[in-house]
Design a protein. Structure first.
Length: 305
């Protein structure tokens, strides 16, 4: 089996895992508040990632990277897993799953926009058109296609979801400057993020008691969305000979996600959701289209973790 084939299999597995998390978020939010959900899922993921790193004998590397980039990891840990997931879960708590997950996939466009002031990048005509089309898709999804009325299901939920894309994009921009082992760096982000989350959950909510259903959902999110999906995605990028294919495979997940949402949450998927999602994903793929020898921005940032 070729390296590229293995990379595609890892990417497909990642896309399948990502496609289940929107449903898992909504089901778990029936039993936990966003603060509890972040705490238990991040704790689970930290233990999982720690096991992977230690099993590979990277303990000394973990300490070295923490010492070399201590201040950076404090900031990165605050952004992700803490702030990103608090805002993300808050958005999911207020919006139908189909809307929340579709809006979340506009983050590469947020990355493009943030790169202008933060990295000094120029916004090309193609970038501008892609952003306009994608965010028109966001409006279509948020208003269920009623553009004239601009009647949002939850304006606060939409703001939270779009804010989460900005936090996620900022995290990757800062993380791109961080040299070192990818899995070790990811674990450090979670180790430095856990204190933020612990303080927040005791301040805003409580750790225990919680329903068993809620704990099970949080464990699933920690193992899949924050753990194995990250590991598989980094493995796919490491093995890939053509990262453009890998990046495009990841955009199967929002469409697969709608299948889970319809069947497990009994949400009736609106035509506006499909329309807006196609506009967002098409814009992202077109905007990231580069020469074959050049990595698309999303893959480049993630592989430089």
């Amino acid at each position: 089996m070729s390296s590229q084939t293995k990379a595609c299999l890892y990417a497909l597995a990642t896309a399948l895992m990502w496609s289940t998390v929107a449903t898992a978020f909504k089901l778990t939010l029936d039993y936990l508040d966003p603060w509890q959900m972040v705490f238990w899922s991040v704790l689970t993921s930290t233990l999982l990632l720690g096991g992977f790193v230690l099993a590979q004998g990277k303990w000394s590397l973990l300490i070295q990277q923490a010492r070399n980039h201590f201040r950076l990891y404090i900031l990165l840990g605050f952004l992700n897993p803490f702030l990103y997931h608090i805002v993300l879960f808050g958005g999911y708590d207020l919006l139908p799953a189909q809307q929340a997950q579709a809006l979340n996939y506009s983050w590469p466009l947020a990355l493009t926009l943030l790169a202008v002031p933060l990295l000094g990048n120029k916004l090309s005509f193609k970038d501008g058109v892609c952003c306009l089309v994608a965010y028109l898709g966001v409006v279509i999804i948020s208003t269920r296609g009623e553009l004239q009325k601009l009647n949002f299901d939850s304006p606060q939920g939409v703001i939270l979801m779009l804010s989460s894309t900005l936090v996620w994009a900022l995290y990757w921009i800062l993380n791109a400057k961080n040299e070192g082992d990818s899995q070790t760096g990811l674990l450090l982000c979670f180790l430095f993020g856990l204190p933020w989350i612990t303080v927040a959950v005791f301040w805003q909510s409580s750790v225990w008691p919680i329903p068993l259903e809620g704990l099970t959902g949080a464990l699933y999110i920690g193992l899949i969305e924050m753990g194995l999906a990250y590991i598989f995605w980094l493995k796919a990028l490491k093995l890939a000979e053509n990262t453009s294919i890998i990046s495009n495979i990841s955009y199967l997940s929002p469409f697969l996600s709608l299948i889970f949402i319809a069947n497990f949450l009994n949400e009736s998927i609106h035509l506006s959701t499909y329309t807006g999602l196609v506009m967002i994903v098409t814009s992202v793929v077109f905007q990231q289209k580069k020469p074959k020898t050049e990595k698309p921005p999303q893959a480049q940032l993630m592989s430089n973790n």
